[in-house]
Design a protein around this ligand. Structure first.
Ligand SMILES: Nc1ncnc2c1ncn2[C@@H]1O[C@H](COP(=O)(O)OP(=O)(O)OP(=O)(O)O)[C@@H](O)[C@H]1O
Length: 478
């Protein structure tokens, strides 16, 4: 015990010399002030007051405190952890260079911001360096700084991004802000529904709502079994729900798993096709699923022909609603279905919707487990790709592309205990966003369907009987 009491301060001095020095200096300053002022209450107040003020500010208004807190904690962590070892580690990890005099120079560590769950190191690059070089050096750098030593899986989330010319931001995760489940988002009134910014998930960088731009696009979701594809699907449906009862949004669904996933929300769908297992042949039942896509191909082509030369941008309305087709297990229809003719028809119809539907308000949201090109040859026609947990780095590259993978989209590194966590990649932005989708339980889905049923179809024209007015009746009687 006595040995421990002696050894522990020595270990502290050995491992954290700057921290110990700072504490000694601070204690000395307090002692000197108390000696000079000779009033302990004043000294205690002066020491405690800033801490109490900061704590009160943080409690009262977290969002305005956040940047100040990130800066303050960043200063502490920069001094204690990063600054004094930066030069040594930067040279060891290949970020140093020799100047014209042969001196070794290193990039300047400008500032550290300690945000929730991560440290952001703002670094001024040396002339001749690019952010891509930093992408290849951040993992050795993270090991050198012993980042997340008790959570080695966090190393997969280390990234480097270019924030402005000449500067690079290296992000070292300290915790996973997405470890908690995300409850479903509340609905705005139908008139405020923004189909280009649907809240479906939380962003790991800020924990703000991630808004998916669904209108004018198509979405492909890939994830291993149990990765939470269902939560992506229902998060999107939940965000669309206010538009369903007012006829602004029309939901279609294809569920080859016998309705296991979608039938729970039956009343949300204008049309839902699933294998009911009735007495017909398997081919006839599969044809029902394919027919939905064929009909939507016709709708897309008809809308495109109608709007050609008249309208530059489609705006959904109850007369011409926004159509979203959700397909669970897309791979069954494009690859595994044992009916080649139906498979071909489905792929052709899907290609029509993917190419023509986007601009005229017809969107496909397809979910699958296997992102290989043989499974969905049309995957490049989906401008939005979402990768949940996958089995290998090569599968991550298949869904997010090489650029998305290099920029941190490591779906294979998502732990099995985090269903609903994934990376969203949108055409035009090479950096995937790490998010966690909201989770709707079976009861949530039932409640959603109960409160947002699709409106009944208008009665067929032939059933409308003209009611004669009084004059007509009088004429008939005469
Ligand atoms: N966003 C989420 N947050 C928390 N838990 C989730 C989330 N998504 C899914 N889960 C949990 O993970 C389980 C599996 O999810 P889900 O059925 O959606 O996976 P899946 O990818 O559709 O799997 P499969 O391909 O086998 O159908 C769910 O039962 C649920 O308990």
């Amino acid at each position: 015990m006595a040995l421990l009491l002696i050894a522990w301060p020595l270990v502290l001095v050995w491992k954290f010399p700057i921290l110990v020095a700072a504490l000694v200096v601070a204690a000395g300053a307090v002692y000197a002030a108390s000696y000079l002022v000779a009033d302990w209450t004043l000294v205690a107040a002066a020491t405690v007051a800033p801490v109490v003020l900061l704590a009160a500010w943080r409690t009262a208004h977290r969002s305005s405190f956040a940047p100040v807190g990130a800066w303050l904690l960043g200063c502490v962590r920069c001094g204690l952890l990063y600054r004094w070892r930066w030069r040594h580690h930067a040279i060891a990890c290949g970020l140093g260079m020799r100047d014209k005099d042969g001196e070794v120079i290193t990039p300047r560590l400008v500032r550290v911001l300690s945000k929730p769950g991560r440290d952001e190191l703002k670094v001024r690059m040396l002339p001749g360096q690019t952010p891509d070089l930093y992408l290849t050096r951040v993992v050795p750098l993270a090991h050198a700084f012993r980042i997340a030593s008790s959570h080695p899986e966090y190393i997969d989330r280390v990234t480097a991004t270019c924030t402005k010319s000449g500067m690079v931001t290296i992000t070292f995760p300290r915790a996973d802000p997405l470890r908690h489940y995300v409850p479903p988002f509340r609905h705005p009134p139908a008139e405020r529904l923004d189909l280009s910014a649907l809240p479906v998930a939380r962003l790991d960088s800020t924990m703000d709502a991630y808004r998916l731009p669904l209108l004018y696009t198509h979405v492909l979701v890939a994830g291993a079994t149990g990765s939470g594809k269902g939560s992506v699907l229902w998060s999107i449906v939940n965000a669309l729900a206010p538009g369903i009862p007012v006829g602004l949004v029309r939901l279609y669904g294809i569920d080859p798993k016998g309705g296991m996933e979608l039938a729970l929300g039956r009343s949300l769908f204008h049309r839902l096709a699933y294998d009911t297992g009735d007495d017909r042949t398997g081919e006839e039942r599969a044809a029902d699923l394919v027919r939905v896509m064929e009909d939507l191909a016709d709708v897309s082509a008809a809308r495109a022909a109608r709007y050609a030369g008249k309208l530059r941008k489609f705006a959904p309305s109850p007369d011409e609603p926004y159509i979203v087709l959700v397909i669970d297990e897309l791979a069954y229809l494009t690859k595994y279905m044992p009916f080649p003719a139906l498979k071909k028809t489905f792929s052709q119809a899907m290609a029509t919707v993917l190419t023509q539907g986007r601009a005229v308000g017809v969107t496909i949201v397809g979910l699958l487990q296997d992102p290989r090109k043989e499974t969905v040859p049309e995957r490049s026609l989906f401008p939005v790709k979402i990768g949940l947990r996958l089995d290998s780095a090569s599968e991550s590259r298949m869904i997010l592309g090489d650029a998305g993978y290099e920029r941190g989209g490591h779906c294979e590194a998502i732990p099995t205990g985090l269903p609903g966590v994934g990376y969203v990649l949108i055409d035009g932005d090479p950096t995937p966003r790490r998010v966690r989708f909201s989770y709707l339980s079976d009861d949530d889905v039932r409640a959603l369907a109960w409160t947002n049923p699709t409106p009944p179809p208008a009665p067929p024209a032939a059933a409308l009987v003209a009611v004669p007015d009084n004059d007509d009746r009088a004429a008939v009687a005469a």
